[in-house]
Design a protein around this ligand. Structure first.
Ligand code: SF4
Length: 138
């Protein structure tokens, strides 16, 4: 699956859930996206829920900002670096990289930043695309 396909599909699911929470406060919406609650209430939001598995081994994992606004990607390639096509990177220079002979993809597996409740509250917006857009413009 291309990054953009996942991004759009994920944004639609996110938007539908947030729409169903109309009337709740920002804080309540972020709370709703707590991993354990989401696994119970929104089993289709993430394929890992069905496996009782997490993308990051952390307590109080919050799924509101899944996708991370600091992640940049282009399925056509962003640039060529040392003879490899760079498809994604982190604007905060966190995480790691998956490097092959011809490609570089960003690896967020050791970064928990966007999955904290604080990060979700500090960057709160009702629309996931708006969240991503606003950070892109910073
Ligand atoms: S490394 Fe962390 S901050 Fe950077 S894009 Fe990945 S999850 Fe976001």
């Amino acid at each position: 699956m291309k990054y953009i396909d996942w991004f759009i599909a994920h944004a639609k699911k996110h938007r539908a859930i947030v729409a169903s929470l109309e009337g709740r406060s920002d804080e309540e919406i972020v709370e709703y996206f707590d991993y354990d609650k989401m696994r119970r209430n929104e089993p289709d939001f993430c394929p890992l829920y069905a496996k009782s598995s997490k993308c990051h081994d952390m307590k109080n994992l919050n799924c509101y900002m899944c996708g991370c606004p600091h992640f940049r990607f282009d399925d056509s390639g962003i640039e060529i670096k040392d003879g490899r096509v760079v498809y994604s990177y982190c604007v905060k220079n966190l995480g790691d990289k998956f490097v092959s002979d011809s490609t570089i993809h960003h690896d967020c597996s050791n970064c928990t930043l966007p999955h904290t409740k604080k990060f979700a509250k500090d960057n709160f917006s009702l629309d996931w695309f708006e969240i991503m857009d606003s950070v892109f413009k910073k």
